[in-house]
Design a protein around this ligand. Structure first.
Ligand SMILES: *[C@@H]1O[C@H](CO)[C@@H](O)[C@H](O)[C@H]1NC(C)=O
Ligand SMILES: *[C@@H]1O[C@H](CO)[C@@H](O)[C@H](O)[C@H]1NC(C)=O
Ligand SMILES: *[C@@H]1O[C@H](CO)[C@@H](O)[C@H](O)[C@H]1NC(C)=O
Ligand SMILES: *[C@@H]1O[C@H](CO)[C@@H](O)[C@H](O)[C@H]1NC(C)=O
Ligand SMILES: *[C@@H]1O[C@H](CO)[C@@H](O)[C@H](O)[C@H]1NC(C)=O
Ligand SMILES: *[C@@H]1O[C@H](CO)[C@@H](O)[C@H](O)[C@H]1NC(C)=O
Ligand SMILES: *[C@@H]1O[C@H](CO)[C@@H](O)[C@H](O)[C@H]1NC(C)=O
Length: 595
């Protein structure tokens, strides 16, 4: 906030002198500028391992937070001083009019190569709350990520809930002892899945249930949230984990959820928050009215493992500490040396689908008094039923160390049995813009699975085969699209977090088993459905989303598990230009990276 006020002042000294400070700045939008220096030199020692250099932005994990007000312009100069190709994605920002700044490698842009730079410019328009940024190139997002906080134009006064006393970012993550770039490269070459993470983290730290988590004052290894009694804290919870949905609790405290994916929700009271990779949840946490008897409470994040049959996962818990600063040590009669243990919450077991489903289906959009709820488009132009899941594909020539046995089959992800491959020579968006699609993509992504079957209980012996392609679904500008996402149980059923770029979608309904239109339509919420950019489709189930394709360009929809994106659990929408210059894709910026 300091930063946007500063640049606001620079840009509008006279107007500001006229004292209409906040209003003027809010109205015109300030420019918030950052330089992201991506280097491979943040040295971290975790889990009793020797210190290791990781790839990070400005030497920080999590990276810097971008604070803006709705309507502000964001300018980020990315300087790639790492040895890896990289791009940055601004997860959940619409990029209307700035489509070239979205970031996914070879969808929007060629990578920013080592020793190169690129400046991302976009506006934070039409959404408020918490989003985040992350690398969208190999598995680097494990450590290259940070928060984006979009406040209302008039700051915290504009919140549709009582102004909290303080706000804190809580980023959940995964930590690997090995180099994540090498781990993913090796997985690709051999056709294996990336190994499970070595620990989960809260704001980069596994916490003190892990050995060697003592740390030092200079670099404490447990995140600590210092609180006062009788106060309210807005926790901006972001799941930046690469492959794992998380349960989140704080012992002795409960939450009022007020936002998700930078949209306000109807207040929802809960003692557990569930957040899938890519999603954000804004939750108010009230502290005890009077100083409580205990000083310290654990904040915990533990995995939700939705796969059946269960695939290998790290069954461990990340912790942080909520510490009351107004509870004196003297209250502990035994004295500070024998402090009472930190109170721990009881976490749901890793297979607790019921708790995950209850949380996800309890969220609805906030309808403000006097304001209309976001209008759900009722007339649908395009209906799609899209199966999502896993399978097996032939090992590709570049996978030089395939270990798939005689038939050389490797794990693949697919949507409607098309296993998505990124183009190599030109990004999808550039090919679309130049009308040079030959050899880059085809416009034949199907509206229905090629084969109808019992998706969640496939017949025994059914083929797991799927084939690689780069197929997109072309949509006219402004088309209203309804997509039923249907999980399959081929290989394993699993709750895939599906993320759509460039748009939010309405979540109309979700359930278990095979989608049946007759029964599902009766459950559609057409009154106040949640709008979000990432949806955890129930494991062995389905979800119905609806969106308006009002953003011309090329937008990938994909599983936000990094284990599934590179193996093909993705497709893309090609949204055609509208009739006016404002509704057409502009040309790429002059410094756009080339392959
Ligand atoms: C972004 O905001 C600025 C300042 O309000 C405005 O001049 C510009 O046209 C906007 N850009 C887009 C692409 O909407
Ligand atoms: C996960 O770890 C907890 C605590 O150590 C243990 O009780 C539980 O059985 C484990 N669950 C699985 C599925 O491994
Ligand atoms: C979860 O796993 C435990 C054993 O780890 C099992 O007893 C329980 O039935 C499972 N629950 C569900 C809903 O699958
Ligand atoms: C795009 O290319 C195709 C094939 O080369 C051509 O038929 C079509 O007219 C082109 N469209 C535009 C808008 O230039
Ligand atoms: C998927 O496509 C492959 C060919 O690429 C085919 O062998 C397989 O039967 C198809 N499976 C389904 C479920 O459509
Ligand atoms: C797109 O839809 C919006 C909302 O329905 C409407 O206001 C606008 O005129 C439409 N634009 C075009 C080009 O169809
Ligand atoms: C980095 O990007 C360039 C340009 O797209 C490409 O030629 C090169 O193979 C990439 N390097 C790696 C290691 O992927």
């Amino acid at each position: 906030m300091d930063m946007d006020m500063a640049s606001c002042r620079r840009r509008w000294p006279l107007l500001l002198a006229l004292a209409q400070l906040l209003v003027v700045c809010g109205g015109l939008g300030a420019t918030v500028e950052h330089t992201f220096d991506v280097r491979n030199d943040l040295s971290i020692s975790q889990l009793c391992q020797p210190a290791r250099a990781i790839t990070a932005v400005n030497g920080r994990l999590p990276g810097p937070t971008i604070h803006v007000r709705e309507g502000d312009t964001v300018v980020v100069h990315v300087i790639n001083n790492s040895p890896y190709n990289i791009t940055i994605h601004w997860h959940g920002l619409f990029q209307r009019g700035t489509q070239w700044a979205d970031g996914p490698e070879m969808v929007t842009q060629c990578p920013i190569r080592p020793s190169s730079r690129y400046t991302y410019r976009y506006n934070a328009t039409g959404q408020e709350g918490t989003l985040w940024w992350h690398a969208h190139s190999s598995m680097l997002r494990a450590t290259v990520h940070g928060a984006i906080v979009i406040k209302p134009r008039n700051g915290a006064l504009g919140y549709p809930f009582p102004k909290p006393d303080q706000e804190r970012i809580v980023m959940l993550g995964e930590w690997w002892n090995g180099n994540v770039f090498d781990l993913e490269r090796n997985a690709f070459l051999t056709g294996n899945l990336v190994p499970q993470a070595d620990a989960y983290t809260i704001n980069g730290k596994p916490g003190d249930l892990h050995r060697c988590s003592g740390g030092s004052n200079r670099r404490p290894r447990t995140f600590k949230l210092k609180v006062r009694s009788g106060s309210t804290y807005l926790l901006r919870i972001i799941n930046a984990a690469v492959n794992t949905p998380m349960f989140f609790k704080v012992a002795g405290h409960s939450f009022t959820v007020v936002g998700a994916d930078a949209g306000y929700t109807a207040p929802y009271e809960t003692d557990v928050v569930v957040v899938a990779p890519g999603q954000t949840v804004d939750a108010l946490m009230a502290t005890a009215a009077a100083p409580p008897s205990r000083r310290r409470y654990y904040m915990m994040a533990s995995p939700y493992n939705s796969a059946r049959p269960s695939l290998p996962f790290r069954n461990s818990t990340a912790t942080a500490v909520v510490e009351y600063v107004d509870v004196g040590h003297q209250q502990n009669k035994q004295g500070p040396r024998r402090r009472r243990p930190v109170l721990a919450p009881i976490m749901p077991p890793p297979n607790d689908t019921a708790t995950a489903h209850r949380f996800f289906t309890s969220l609805a959009a906030l309808v403000r008094p006097g304001a209309r709820a976001p209008a759900v488009p009722l007339a649908v132009d395009t209906r799609m039923l899209v199966t999502i899941g896993l399978g097996l594909a032939a090992c590709r020539p570049e996978q030089t160390r395939c270990s798939g046995g005689s038939r050389q089959q490797v794990f693949a992800g697919s949507m409607n049995n098309a296993s998505f491959v990124l183009p190599a020579a030109m990004s999808l968006l550039e090919a679309h813009f130049r009308n040079a699609t030959a050899g880059v993509y085809t416009r034949d992504f199907p509206d229905a699975p090629p084969l109808e079957f019992d998706y969640t209980r496939p017949p025994r012996g059914m083929s797991l085969a799927t084939a690689k392609s780069t197929r997109v679904r072309t949509l006219p500008y402004n088309a209203t699209v309804e997509v039923v996402l249907q999980d399959t149980a081929l290989v394993a059923r699993e709750s895939h977090p599906m993320h759509l770029h460039g748009h939010n979608f309405f979540v109309l309904a979700q359930g278990f088993g095979n989608f049946r239109r007759e029964t599902a339509e009766k459950q559609y919420n057409l009154v106040n459905p949640l709008q979000r950019n990432t949806l955890a489709v129930p494991t062995g189930g389905w979800a119905v989303i609806r969106f308006v394709a009002n953003n011309p360009g090329m937008w990938i929809m994909h599983c936000h598990f990094d284990a599934h994106l590179p193996i093909g659990l993705a497709m893309a929408f090609e949204v055609q230009d509208g009739p006016t210059p404002e509704t057409a894709l502009p040309p790429p910026p002059p410094d756009f990276p080339q392959c």
